[in-house]
Design a binder for this molecule. Structure first.
Ligand code: SAM
Ligand code: SF4
Ligand code: SF4
Length: 283
């Protein structure tokens, strides 16, 4: 392969995505979570992770975390560590938190996929729009930062811990998977292992691109899945010679704990004061 992975920055601290459980109260058609059985990480697993890596931020995702039997103990443990804790939810997990527990979170993210109640409920389930609306309102009343997420892939380095205890660069990673045992042994050097190095392969075509800093060749998982890791993301319009201009306005920069690792783009957010505004992409 001609393209070489770029090096990992010295002294990097990690923003880690964790799925405490793949259990969920909903069954969205697009969801990547495993549905052939329930897997739960233990509090011990979370401690292993936090002791093996310099963790700066943790986002809880994958299923609905409140369905994990030790959810409250685990968030209490994470809250007591010096890291920024965020959660992505369909609204259910937030509804299970006390007001004090909501405040453990630096940011609460809700998945709102459609602009209307009818479409959202049709896709996610009856009452989901209303639940999100109520829980968003509650978070804002409690002074918790709230965001709404939508999805877009790009080549950023992430560490994910699945409910099965697999350590991967991304939840869709099609290549080799490592374990918590590998993480305990390697620590931060896990980013030098094959799957993580593969995510940093920069296609030759992308080297002169003006967006290479944020895009880094697009989604490496998709490129690997298609057997073309050393070629740009197939969805890149520039590979087809197209020039696309989007009319957009960047919001002022905000501290987003997931910002360094998320391949999820935040398209809108409700700030504490209730103003609706757009945020920068979190890539
Ligand atoms: C897996 S869910 C877990 C948290 C919570 N249950 C929720 O829906 O927000 C996290 C986010 O991933 C998104 N997601 C799930 N499956 C996906 C897929 N196959 N491709 C892109 N995004 C996906 C969901 O829409 C959601 O915004
Ligand atoms: S609510 Fe979240 S975890 Fe549950 S099925 Fe939908 S996308 Fe997946
Ligand atoms: S050429 Fe396309 S895939 Fe490559 S960095 Fe630029 S925008 Fe991303």
């Amino acid at each position: 392969m001609s393209s070489k992975p770029s090096p990992v920055k010295e002294g990097a601290s990690f923003s880690v995505g964790i799925g405490l459980t793949n259990a969920c109260n909903l069954a969205c058609a697009h969801c990547y979570r495993e549905v052939d059985g329930i897997d739960n990480l233990s509090l011990d697993d979370i401690e292993t992770l936090c002791e093996s890596l310099p963790v700066r931020a943790i986002n809880l995702g994958t299923g609905e975390n409140a369905l994990h039997p030790q959810f409250k103990q685990i968030i209490r443990y994470l809250k007591d560590r010096d890291l920024k804790l965020t959660i992505t939810s369909n609204g259910y997990s937030i509804s299970q938190l006390s007001d004090e527990e909501v405040r453990y979170f630096h940011d609460v993210e809700f998945s709102l996929d459609f602009p209307t109640e009818r479409e959202q409920d049709c896709f996610r389930g009856d009452g989901n729009w209303r639940l999100i609306e109520d829980q968003m309102e509650r978070c804002r009343r409690l002074g918790a930062s709230v965001t709404v997420t939508a999805v877009m892939m790009s080549g950023v380095e992430t560490v994910r811990l699945s409910p099965r205890g697999e350590v991967q660069p991304c939840v869709y990673w099609p290549g080799k998977k490592l374990t918590l045992g590998d993480l305990r042994q390697l620590g931060a050097a896990i980013t030098q292992s094959e799957p993580f190095a593969q995510t940093r392969v920069l296609p030759e075509f992308c080297r002169g691109c003006e967006f290479v800093e944020t895009c880094a060749g697009g989604c490496p998982g998709r490129r690997l899945l298609r057997g073309r890791l050393d070629k740009p993301d197939e969805y890149c319009p520039f590979t087809r010679g197209e020039v696309i201009k989007l009319d957009h306005r960047m919001a002022p920069s905000t501290d987003l704990p997931k910002g360094a690792s998320a391949c999820t783009t935040i398209v809108s957010a409700l700030k504490k004061n209730g103003n609706q505004r757009r945020k920068e992409p979190a890539q």
